[in-house]
Design a protein around this ligand. Structure first.
Ligand SMILES: [Ca+2]
Length: 214
């Protein structure tokens, strides 16, 4: 989080002059266009903002039969009214997800939260306060793109907060076999407010197969 904050300060300063310095903080991507087939990566689980200081995350599954290098992958968000709602890029050139395995993009350094594989915070700041990380959207469209090619998409339905007066609870997850063809409608996802595989009392199964719907 500290390196991300430094990076934001540098970006605000002025891009061309500090380009070399910026490169020391956030290395440019050698791979700008990962070759990923539509449907090869599948959105499987989300943890949005909730009470407390725990992490948020987006889980993806490799449904292909080849390892997938994730550098250059973009997560893109669109509001229900069609307006852009931000995006972030995977910048770790060493991040690979094996066939049949999961990868978790989250809001903290994996060294502090071992159930996360990558921190997206370097690209994800509050629009009103650049010193703070931004929360993941609770609704709208989420798209996984590689060089403009749509790999998977889901319309989030804010299932963890059925009662607007009560705080959200749990993660939303796609039950059963991960499928980019089947998972588009978030209303068909389920809420995990009963599994605690993170070991810190947070519901959900980051990096692991999802349970059936309760
Ligand atoms: Ca999972």
């Amino acid at each position: 989080m500290f390196s991300g904050r430094t990076d934001r300060v540098l970006r605000l300063a002025t891009p061309p002059v500090l380009a070399a310095l910026l490169a020391c903080v956030r290395p440019p991507l050698g791979t700008t266009c990962p070759k990923i087939q539509p449907g090869a990566l599948v959105l499987t689980e989300f943890r949005e903002d909730q009470p407390g200081s725990y992490r948020q995350w987006i889980e993806l599954y490799n449904a292909s039969d080849e390892p997938i290098e994730l550098a250059g992958l973009r997560l893109q968000f669109t509001r229900n009214d069609g307006k852009p709602d931000g995006s972030f890029l995977v910048r770790d050139e060493a991040l690979v997800v094996e066939p049949g395995d999961y990868v978790v993009l989250g809001s903290d350094d994996p060294e502090r939260a071992p159930y996360l594989d990558y921190s997206y915070l370097v690209d994800w700041y509050s629009p009103s306060n650049p010193d703070n990380p931004r929360d993941l959207p609770k609704g709208g469209l989420v798209e996984v793109r590689a060089c403009g090619v749509l790999i998977d998409r889901v319309v989030l339905r804010n299932l963890t907060q059925v009662d607007p007066s009560a705080p959200p609870k749990g993660t939303t997850f796609w039950p059963g076999d991960p499928s980019a063809a089947d998972n588009d409608e978030g209303a068909n996802w389920c809420v995990d407010d009963f599994t605690t595989s993170t070991g810190i009392g947070v519901f959900g199964t980051p990096g692991e197969a999802n349970p059936p719907c309760p």
